[in-house]
Design a protein around this ligand. Structure first.
Ligand SMILES: O=C(O)CCC(=O)C(=O)O
Ligand SMILES: [Fe+2]
Length: 322
């Protein structure tokens, strides 16, 4: 059971991509402030057709409605490992992972295994969604770089972020029947291991972030907008100028909650090190350089930090005591 009293709401900037190359400098500074303080903002006019969300939601419902024996064919002890069953992240959470850049092939492997036959429509939709998300992630990072310094997008976008990859997680939250009275955690407090994460959450809401002073604040669903949050890799790359905030999902209704979460990450072999310009003259470095995959492995191999539960993060892994 959790207390309602601690919760509050948060006014976050909305990045409007109608004219991505003409964003006012006053907006860039409010975006940067939000990334420093909250690590969260919204993006709108992102160009992703609404019916893609609807179709993915409908089709994934078919999958989540299958029996658990069938779903476990993709489970943690199978070779595909794309399905995370209940009781790993939380009793109420299950998810399906689809990896890029070939979202078609990645989902096809899972669907073939589940249904014993190929259903190309769903793989096509996921490929379309993945392509949109890859482009959108790059556009968003470009704008974040601009907000960090004039011309930084030209200096760093291709050289540092040119080999980023993405994967998505389709999540089905099944709350207990008494969730209306006692809200429960659908996904516990964690930080993301990405550069940035882009979240579509359904109309039920429930995503919350933790402020620097430890308060839980609601990230409300905002019509036609997606939620963007800074991940650990970007926090390290920016020498802590951008914040990878702890967040969680609470369930307050007895209805299932759907979310579609896209993680955009550095390539495994990349050495993550903040460029001198980003650190700034006279400022101490707060992380030592590390290879991206080593951090992912560190998180996965840590009992406390296993899956999405927070235990250790990039600060514990690469933080310097300054
Ligand atoms: O389901 C959501 O809205 C967010 C999930 C999340 O934070 C994650 O998968 O990392
Ligand atoms: Fe997350």
């Amino acid at each position: 059971m959790m207390s309602e009293l601690e919760e509050d709401s948060l006014k976050l900037p909305v990045l409007d991509l109608t004219q991505p190359d003409n964003i006012e400098s006053s907006f860039l500074s409010s975006l940067l402030k939000a990334c420093q303080e909250w690590g969260f903002f919204y993006v709108t006019n992102h160009g992703i057709p609404i019916n893609l969300f609807t179709k993915i939601r409908e089709f994934s419902n078919h999958i989540f409605n299958l029996g658990s024996d069938t779903k476990l064919k993709l489970g943690p002890s199978s070779c595909l490992k794309t399905y995370t069953p209940h009781f790993i992240a939380s009793p109420y959470f299950e998810s399906l992972k689809v990896s890029g850049p070939d979202f078609f092939d990645s989902s096809k492997a899972s669907i073939d295994e589940l249904f014993g036959q190929h259903k190309p429509e769903f793989s096509e939709i996921l490929q379309e969604y993945g392509n949109h998300m890859m482009k959108l992630s790059k556009k968003i990072i470009e704008i974040i770089l601009k907000s960090l310094g004039t011309g930084y997008e030209k200096r760093f976008l291709d050289s540092e972020f040119g080999n980023c990859h993405g994967y998505m997680r389709i999540v089905n939250y099944t709350p207990p029947s008494n969730a209306e009275e006692n809200q429960v955690e659908g996904l516990g407090m964690h930080t993301d291991m990405s550069c940035i994460t882009i979240v579509f959450q359904d109309e039920l809401g429930g995503l919350q972030m933790r402020s620097k002073d430890g308060k839980w604040l609601n990230i409300h669903p905002c019509k036609n907008s997606l939620v963007v949050n800074i991940g650990d890799l970007m926090q390290a790359w920016s020498n802590g100028r951008l914040r990878s905030s702890e967040h969680r999902v609470v369930l307050r209704r007895s209805r299932n909650r759907f979310s579609l979460v896209f993680f955009w990450c550095f390539e495994d072999e990349k050495e993550v090190i903040a460029p001198n310009e980003i650190v700034g003259n006279g400022n101490p470095r707060i992380y030592h350089p590390f290879v991206c995959l080593k951090y992912i492995k560190f998180r996965e191999s840590n009992e406390v930090g296993k899956f999405e539960k927070i235990g250790y993060t990039v600060k514990d892994f690469a933080g310097l005591n300054v």
